[in-house]
Design a protein around this ligand. Structure first.
Ligand SMILES: Nc1ncnc2c1ncn2[C@@H]1O[C@H](COP(=O)(O)OP(=O)(O)OP(=O)(O)O)[C@@H](O)[C@H]1O
Length: 209
């Protein structure tokens, strides 16, 4: 299923300064992401990947610089899957589809794409880590938002599930959307651009460790 084409301007980040706990995480950091691009943020623990993603999503306030991205156009997936343990997979996704304006057909398509149909009546609290992640990713796919910000989206996923995620990302990019992911693992996203925060010329490196 290819979503309706998005109308998205390039995402432009310039001279960004981000701090956590009073310490600089990124300084003078700039980035441009074109519609249709997938961008993978690499870097060791503490490099600032999560902080950068959260700033892009409007969840962390920069201490300097500009982020040219409307938070309303963003679907954000953090480390946590944000699922209610007592809700079934179907109930959770019906809620999100309703919130984001998705219809029953889209819900069914996304459940098939993420291999969730057989889990529809299972409560989220009983799912394995990979099954929870697939459900959380289905929420993102239902968002109909042009920009996906994904923090470690594939950590608990097996090889087949990573292929399913890669297919979702490809569809999102083909529709003119953008996907930005922070990761430690090889996501296997053909054509994705890589930004290594260890080697970014303006990275402070102060927080790594
Ligand atoms: N709430 C906080 N208070 C103080 N320091 C913080 C806070 N959150 C993050 N940091 C620090 O900011 C730096 C960047 O953290 P961040 O979570 O962005 O790194 P990361 O690259 O995503 O790391 P990981 O790969 O471990 O998830 C780290 O040194 C971290 O300890």
């Amino acid at each position: 299923m290819i979503p309706a084409a998005f109308t998205l301007s390039p995402i432009e980040v310039s001279s960004l300064r981000l701090e956590r706990g009073g310490k600089a995480v990124l300084t003078g950091f700039s980035l441009k992401v074109e519609p249709g691009e997938a961008l993978v943020l690499l870097g060791p623990n503490g490099a600032g990947k999560t902080t950068l993603l959260r700033a892009l999503g409007g969840l962390v306030r920069p201490l300097g610089g500009e982020i040219g991205l409307d938070p309303q156009s963003v679907a954000f997936l953090g480390h946590a899957d944000a699922l209610k343990p007592s809700e079934t997979v179907e109930q959770a996704l019906q809620f999100w589809a309703g919130l984001y304006g998705g219809d029953a057909n889209q819900l069914e398509d996304v459940m098939v794409q993420m291999a969730l149909a057989h889990l529809a009546r299972r409560t989220c609290g009983t799912l394995s880590a990979g099954q929870k992640r697939r459900t959380a990713l289905a929420r993102i796919a239902l968002s109909n938002r042009p920009v996906w910000l994904l923090d470690e989206p594939a950590a608990p996923l097996d090889a087949r599930s990573r292929e399913r995620l890669a297919a979702l990302v490809k569809t999102q990019c083909q529709a003119g959307g953008v996907v930005i992911a922070a990761t430690h693992v090889d996501l296997g996203w053909a054509g994705a651009r890589v930004e290594d925060l260890r080697t970014a010329p303006t990275k402070t490196g102060a927080g790594v460790g």
